[in-house]
Design a protein around this ligand. Structure first.
Ligand code: PNS
Length: 166
């Protein structure tokens, strides 16, 4: 790591919404990288039903990391590797929670390397408390009126409650 040639990592995902598990991975990344771009993908195929718009998700990430100028939140369209290359980020960060994540993650890492052979995917393990946490569970529990305070940061919690009209 050096100031003249900062190591930039990119953490892509859906982040619908960002959870404390994602935050944990992002903070761990800053132990090994100078700057972090958290990149919310515009999904062309839209297979998952989203709760927040891409703009809302970016906004929430900005609120969660407000005050830390090492972290930037953006959205991107198209291939991750094209976006990463444009931004000078060779390291893609992904959280690995359990063995069930592994096949999908390995497939993506290898495909991304096929697309751009200079990209490296770095897998980080989350804090044990967050190893079963996912945005889809957060959405489901929130929709059913469960308490999400342990799993998301205050700005996200407020927005979830507003979505549920509470
Ligand atoms: O949080 P998710 O939904 O598991 O994140 C998946 C994501 C956004 C990282 C992946 O779908 C992606 O990189 N999308 C951008 C389009 C792309 O590059 N697809 C090829 C991946 S090998």
């Amino acid at each position: 790591m050096s100031k003249t040639n900062p190591l930039i990592a990119i953490y892509p995902g859906s982040f619908d919404p960002i959870t404390r598990g994602h935050e944990d991975i992002a903070r761990r990344t800053l132990h090994i990288a100078d700057n972090l771009i958290i990149a919310v993908a515009h999904s062309a195929s839209q297979t998952k039903k989203s709760l927040f718009t891409v703009e809302e998700r970016v906004e929430l990430i900005r609120e969660v990391f407000a005050g830390d100028d090492r972290v930037e939140a953006v959205s991107f369209q198209g291939l991750l590797v094209d976006f990463a290359r444009r931004r000078g980020a060779r390291f893609v960060i992904r959280g690995l929670r359990a063995i069930s994540d592994f096949e999908y993650e390995l497939q993506m890492a290898q495909m991304n390397r096929e697309l751009w052979d200079e990209v490296e995917t770095v897998f980080l393990a989350p804090e044990l408390d967050f190893s079963l946490l996912s945005s889809s569970l957060v959405r489901e529990i929130s929709e059913l009126g469960g308490d999400m305070a342990r799993f998301v940061s205050p700005p996200v919690l407020a927005r979830l409650r507003a979505k549920q009209g509470g």
